[in-house]
Write a protein that binds this ligand. Structure first.
Ligand code: HEC
Ligand code: HEC
Ligand code: HEC
Ligand code: HEC
Length: 452
């Protein structure tokens, strides 16, 4: 039974994702340059009723993770008082906002430390090697204060000084309770401290708790503190020199890329990453424009469809099939973002003969342009001296590729080009959105048949 509710909910999410883009995309700059055939999008009607998912298992898991994290923090010397603030209870929001809770557990904001712990681990080992030189607490504070768990600001210096121990041991798995949670985003990210008034974008909320309107929450400025580069001013010059650190930590750079992109910035982050559904924002509440909270990124094939447009032209030229492919980044920021762990966009090009035998394959890959002090590619986001966006997939730009494929005795050649993500972090079990319905045009792929 539970499974079916889950599937129904998932289908609803996908439908709403696409209705969001068909509804608004018409006036978007990307659509303005689209050809006639591209405008023929299938319209999907959104169901407006709220599907109530059974989220008791999710709440249980949430609580278990928090308990495990509490234990680790205790071991590092945290008091009960500190632990209570570091791990505010987001599960209490689930009773009245089950849909938000369900989606949030699927997002990377739910486990923002453990998802990126490879980066944390390598940082921790640098840290350990230089223990005598690091101003320890300040150092870790930088990772958490804006981004990977703002509530860690309530941890004492004593706890932060010893945090590297957790990152370098099996305890790291138990740091899942450090989150970017409901209470963090809805109070702390607006007020600076955890509070009991929750800010949102409903102008006239009728809530049983403190609720206030915040215009900023519907703008990219709200995402900026966590999704932009961070100045390295938290280590001494000696440590900076010893570790050959750059001037900025360059992990999440989407805001910078968005703010600097040449394409017209008509859409805020929320427009693409928090699509809207017409339904109540709380159990039994009025009809509202509700925002999705699963923050899809490369973990979602449905988002990939929005990330790239692929055009393909193929024709016979002597004894080869001449293929021309154009690819465009439709997101308003560079892909992938500054983190080496981010999934890279890859264009796969295949050709098959009439019997279905593959006669050609190649791929084109974009990468993260992070180089260290020696000009070598680096995966350490705090050691980047040069950040070269020209090797990355830039917004608004067309990329052109040409191939000559010898067809031999084939009578017909089918060429297929598809943009996908190469996930460099295969080990990670990421939540996956269901693949979008086949009736929708996939802008990230194109096929052409050539009769010979
Ligand atoms: C990463 C930050 C973030 C997290 C985490 C987060 N929210 Fe939100 N939430 C937002 C933003 C931003 C909006 C407003 C979006 C807009 O209007 O463009 C919003 C809107 C809302 C609204 C108003 C109705 C709506 O959907 O627009 C409610 C209610 C809400 N969130 C509840 C929750 C709950 C409950 C959780 C935890 C399960 C949660 N949020 C987690 C950022 C967050
Ligand atoms: C007892 C039910 C209940 C609980 C528990 C609850 N909420 Fe709400 N919340 C509501 C209702 C009802 C509204 C108003 C919805 C409306 O007006 O459409 C609301 C509105 C909101 C809004 C929108 C405010 C605005 O002006 O946009 C946010 C944000 C929010 N809640 C966050 C939370 C968070 C975070 C938690 C957990 C700490 C939580 N809520 C717990 C019932 C609840
Ligand atoms: C308090 C900090 C914080 C805020 C505010 C915040 N984020 Fe995030 N976001 C993170 C962290 C941390 C991650 C996980 C990064 C990782 O896995 O290393 C993340 C992940 C994401 C991802 C998933 C990327 C992926 O690889 O799947 C998306 C998309 C995203 N955020 C969009 C947004 C948008 C849009 C907003 C504003 C409405 C926002 N975030 C606000 C901290 C934040
Ligand atoms: C025009 C739509 C659009 C806007 C506006 C937009 N994004 Fe994105 N974003 C995308 C798409 C599409 C992807 C790629 C999805 C995928 O990876 O399949 C993406 C990917 C991401 C990722 C994952 C990066 C990676 O490579 O792993 C993050 C984080 C993110 N966006 C944050 C933001 C933030 C923060 C903003 C606002 C400053 C923003 N986005 C604005 C469409 C958008």
């Amino acid at each position: 039974m539970k499974k079916w509710v889950g599937i129904a909910l998932a289908v609803l999410l996908v439908l709403s994702l696409f209705s969001g883009c068909t509804k608004k995309e018409a006036s978007a700059p990307a659509a303005a340059t689209a050809s006639k055939s591209e405008k023929k999008e299938t319209h999907v009607t959104v169901e407006t009723k709220v599907v109530s998912a059974d989220i008791s298992d999710l709440i249980k898991k949430y609580k278990e993770e928090n308990e495990a994290t509490a234990k680790v923090l205790k071991k590092l010397g945290a008091t009960d008082e500190e632990i209570k603030k570091i791990l505010p209870d987001d599960s209490k929001c689930a009773t009245c906002h089950p849909q938000h809770f369900y989606e949030w557990t699927k997002s990377k904001h739910y486990n923002p430390v453990v998802f990126s712990y490879f980066a944390f681990q390598s940082y921790a080992s640098d840290f350990k090697k230089n223990l005598d030189r690091f101003p320890k607490a300040k150092e870790w504070d930088a990772c958490f204060r804006g981004c990977h768990g703002p509530t860690m600001k309530y941890a004492s210096d004593k706890v932060k000084d010893r945090l590297y121990e957790a990152f370098l041991s099996d305890d790291v798995e138990n740091l899942r309770g450090i989150r970017v949670g409901c209470i963090t985003c809805h109070s702390m990210m607006v007020d600076g401290e955890l509070g009991e008034t929750y800010y949102g974008t409903i102008e006239d909320p009728e809530a049983p708790h403190g609720a206030k309107f915040s215009r900023e929450m519907s703008t990219s400025e709200f995402c900026k503190p966590c999704h932009s580069k961070l100045k390295i001013d938290f280590v001494t010059p000696e440590v900076k020199e010893a570790l050959k650190m750059g001037d900025y930590v360059r992990c999440g750079l989407n805001y910078d890329a968005w703010a600097q992109s040449d394409v017209r910035r008509e859409k805020e982050c929320q427009y693409c990453h928090m699509q809207t559904i017409d339904e109540p924002a709380a159990e039994g509440g009025k009809m509202r424009i509700r925002h999705r909270h699963d923050f899809p990124g490369p973990n979602s094939p449905a988002m990939m469809v929005r990330a790239a447009r692929v055009n393909l032209d193929a024709h016979k030229m002597g004894d080869v099939v001449h293929v021309k492919i154009e690819v465009k980044n439709l997101a308003e920021h560079i892909l992938p973002d500054g983190c080496i762990l981010a999934a890279k966009p890859v264009l796969h090009v295949y050709a098959y003969d009439e019997k279905g035998n593959q006669i050609f394959y190649t791929n084109e890959t974009w990468k993260v342009g992070s180089y260290d002090y020696q000009g070598k590619f680096t995966g350490s986001v705090w050691k980047v001296w040069e950040y070269d966006t020209s090797v990355m997939f830039n917004p608004g730009k067309w990329y052109n590729f040409e191939y000559k494929i010898p067809y031999g005795n084939a009578k017909k050649v089918t060429v297929k080009a598809v943009m996908k993500y190469h996930d460099s972090k295969k080990k990670e079990k990421r939540p996956i959105d269901p693949v979008p319905s086949a009736t929708l045009r996939m802008s990230n792929e194109a096929v052409a048949e050539v009769e010979l």
